[in-house]
Design a protein around this ligand. Structure first.
Ligand SMILES: Cc1cc2nc3c(=O)[nH]c(=O)nc-3n(C[C@H](O)[C@H](O)[C@H](O)COP(=O)(O)OP(=O)(O)OC[C@H]3O[C@@H](n4cnc5c(N)ncnc54)[C@H](O)[C@@H]3O)c2cc1C
Length: 508
């Protein structure tokens, strides 16, 4: 029996080496956070480099580095376990690790030249280097492919010019993956996206402003002006096109969100159960109230669903796989698990009551720290739409209009389809309004996630947890599908003040 986070787990001998690595990381993190002067949940803007260096001494990032460069070999289950151990102690810390791993080290290991990898990876292993990714620009966020940052060929390599913002670790990362569009001979921007591995010694990135981010205070964000020359060797080489490389990177990253969510959801559940057993209201513990049990059961369902996603991603997100075609599971996992992170945080705050409504309480900080996960790396509203469009397109291709019949034959949903047969046995037309497409996507995302939960059950995960999770998620799917079928088509009334002053409507 080994402890990771605050939980006891049984591991077989095959996983012993991994578990002792994770165990010692967990213990070190717990001790570092306990002895830290500032509460890990208190508002503290900017990266505490000395503290981060102490964390990096345990080499958590080694899980993202190939064995031939001294890393632990990029086993996704290890990456997820490391992220889980971090997020049990601190969600922002886990995001720092996720940014470094999924948005810098993994792409570099897949698309960077051997010489650049040999130069860069030891810096992460032995010199506490940190990296990040800059895609977003002030004018182009969701529509990132329209980015205006240019990469112009020069004698020395590429001159990269543009403005990027919201790159996690702004001003503090030693390495950045910079995204830019090449230039045609006429000076126009190409459609294709290129990636360049920049490091501090190259200069040319000015932080023009640091943002007062609402949460995730450990991570600095801001606005960067870029005018840097990057050597040719630092350009990542796509297997096919730059856009496919971008999709491969983003889908692999989304598939690994459950690692960051896993420890966090477990921690919030543990906090909620402990609080509800201790807090007496009306002469009995909160734990004894039916409504409280409903909230706790939903929080536990999120824990189980996330476990299913981790098991799925352990093979699906391998660096050896081309994830550019994994839009459906990647988008389903990212949207559903981030919605669960936010609703679990809201539930914890509700259960803790006023005591939790403080920046230095985990319930309060959890609400603001988890919120941007629904926005970055693909806004959930947009990803839900894409999930629906993917399924509707597939149905169109095989001329099937009955949702149950299609999903019963579809690899990501065939295991769960019978469990939901009554709910899914209806016909769909492809010409849905955007709001209905998004609503349908919410249901489909949960159905894909339930399929992962069922498969987790097949692999021996605790049956009572699986049964509870499926029952909670089925209720959600039914409610969403009901909303989908009866959605109002109201639009916002512009210039609405005329005739809309309630006092004027009073009699007399
Ligand atoms: C905490 C945090 C960390 C981040 N980290 C990074 C990072 O490390 N690197 C990086 O490059 N970027 C990062 N970002 C930026 C992030 O990826 C962008 O915020 C995101 O892509 C959305 O872009 P935007 O904010 O410009 O919003 P917009 O593109 O303006 O979209 C705002 C909202 O409009 C709606 N919307 C947009 N398009 C549509 C549509 N077609 N249909 C319906 N609704 C739509 C959605 O509700 C969407 O959420 C981070 C952001 C945050 C908040």
């Amino acid at each position: 029996m080994l402890r990771t986070g605050y939980v006891c787990r049984t591991m077989n001998t095959k996983t012993h080496d991994v578990s002792s690595f994770i165990l010692s990381l967990s213990e070190r993190l717990r001790s570092l956070f306990q002895n830290r002067e500032v509460s890990p949940h208190a508002a503290q803007h900017g990266l505490d480099r000395a503290f981060t260096n102490q964390v990096l001494e345990s080499q958590p990032l080694s899980v993202f580095i190939p064995e031939r460069f001294g890393g632990r070999g990029q086993h996704v289950s290890e990456c997820l376990s490391m992220l889980e151990a971090c997020s049990y102690e601190s969600l922002p810390l886990s995001l720092v690790m996720g940014i470094n791993g999924a948005l810098f080290l993994q792409p570099l290991s897949k698309y960077g030249s051997e010489a650049v990898q040999a130069d860069v990876f030891p810096k992460f292993l032995h010199e506490n280097a940190l990296g990040g990714l800059m895609i977003t620009e002030p004018g182009f966020g969701s529509d990132a492919l329209q980015m205006q940052t240019s990469a112009e060929r020069t004698g020395d390599g590429y001159r990269i010019r543009g403005t990027k913002h919201w790159g996690g670790l702004t001003g503090h990362a030693d390495y950045w993956l910079l995204t830019a569009r090449g230039m045609t001979p006429r000076g126009d921007l190409e459609r294709n996206i290129s990636f360049f591995a920049w490091d501090r010694s190259l200069g040319g990135i000015q932080v023009e402003e640091y943002y007062e981010n609402l949460g995730l205070h450990m991570i600095p964000y801001g606005l960067n002006r870029i005018d840097a020359v990057v050597p040719e060797s630092r350009k990542l080489e796509p297997k096919t096109t730059g856009v496919r490389m971008l999709l491969d990177l983003l889908h692999r990253s989304r598939l690994q969100f459950p690692g960051m969510a896993m420890g966090y959801l477990r921690r919030l559940l543990d906090e909620a159960v402990t609080h509800c057993k201790e807090r007496m209201v009306g002469g009995k513990p909160l734990f004894a109230y039916d409504q409280v049990q409903q909230r706790l059961a939903r929080m536990q369902a999120a824990f189980t669903a996330c476990s299913g996603m981790c098991a799925f991603s352990s093979s699906a997100a391998s660096v050896d796989n081309d994830c550019s075609g994994s839009a459906l599971p990647a988008n389903a996992i990212k949207t559903v698990v981030t919605d669960m992170m936010q609703s679990t945080a809201q539930s914890l705050l509700q259960l803790v009551g006023a005591k939790g409504y403080r920046m230095d309480h985990i319930a309060g900080s959890a609400v603001i720290d988890s919120r941007p996960f629904q926005i970055f790396e693909g806004s959930n509203d947009i990803l839900y739409q894409q999930i629906s469009e993917f399924i509707l397109k597939g149905m169109g291709r095989v001329r099937e209009s009955n949702l149950y019949r299609y999903l019963a034959d579809f690899p990501n949903t065939s295991r769960v389809a019978d469990y939901l047969k009554n709910s899914l046995s209806f016909s769909l037309t492809p010409d849905l309004s955007q709001r209905r497409t998004v609503e349908l996507g919410k249901a489909l995302g949960r159905i894909v996630s339930m399929d992962m939960v069922m498969k987790l059950g097949d692999q021996g995960f605790r049956k009572d947890l699986i049964d509870n999770c499926l029952s909670v998620m089925k209720t959600d799917v039914d409610a969403i599908l009901h909303r989908f079928s009866s959605m109002a088509d109201a639009n916002v009334v512009e210039d609405y003040i005329d005739g809309a002053v309630w006092q004027d409507a009073l009699p007399g």
